[in-house]
Design a binder for this molecule. Structure first.
Ligand SMILES: O=P(O)(O)OC[C@H]1O[C@H](OP(=O)(O)OP(=O)(O)O)[C@H](O)[C@@H]1O
Ligand code: HPA
Ligand SMILES: [Mg+2]
Length: 183
């Protein structure tokens, strides 16, 4: 494992940092081709997307800008509250921009459903999503996602930006959190 000794807190490692890096490189090549000469604005969804934004943006060869929004719906638990709160808004005007939202995970899909409606109302030239992970069996809303890293089983996972109560975000690998940690 890495930094903190959390082996006992995970039941299984699903994706290693090397697998994540490999997938990000593939996605970055597609984004380079799709957005050549478009100077896209990458919007990272704080806090979880910090790792993927950092790695994806540096894997790109094209020019791009970055901005951040902070939203929260999970708080300290493992279930979505269903209420998405904007804690920090963008500082960039989206009018006429090619916008790519960068997320760590789509679980129920409630966060991105809310966010995409909110961002679409600001008249971007285009609006797409890149997410590192998605849980197809947990989604409660249809979301059109252009770039997906990996699909996950419907279990609570941590690492690579994904937290439980603020912990485990700094793990390099992504694994299933053992139920004894949260129950
Ligand atoms: O598809 P959903 O069920 O809405 O879940 C996905 C969202 O939940 C997490 O954020 P969280 O609200 O925990 O805030 P955080 O990024 O600061 O951890 C994650 O980073 C996504 O933004
Ligand atoms: O499985 C998850 N782990 C951590 N944070 C999350 N936010 C939504 N789903 C998850
Ligand atoms: Mg979280």
């Amino acid at each position: 494992m890495d930094a903190a000794d959390v082996t006992a807190d995970l039941t299984e490692i699903l994706f290693t940092r090397a697998q994540i890096d490999e997938r990000i490189a593939e996605i970055a090549a597609r984004i380079d081709a799709d957005y050549a000469d478009k100077n896209p604005l990458l919007i990272g969804v704080l806090n979880g997307a910090v790792m993927v934004m950092s790695d994806l943006s540096r894997a790109l060869s094209i020019h791009c800008a970055m901005d951040w929004m902070a939203v929260s719906s999970y708080g300290m638990g493992t279930q979505s509250s269903g209420v998405v709160r904007i804690l920090k808004d963008l500082s960039t005007d989206l009018e006429g921009r090619h916008v790519l939202v960068v997320e760590d995970i789509i679980d129920t899909g409630l966060t991105l459903t809310y966010l995409m409606q909110n961002l679409a109302s600001r008249n971007p030239a285009s609006l797409e999503i890149m997410t590192m992970f998605r849980k197809p069996d947990a989604m409660k809303a249809e979301i059109d996602v252009k770039y997906i890293g990996y699909d996950l089983p419907n279990q609570f996972v941590v690492g690579y930006g994904l937290d439980f109560a603020g912990r485990y975000r700094n793990l390099n690998d992504v694994g299933i959190l053992a139920p004894h940690v949260y129950s």
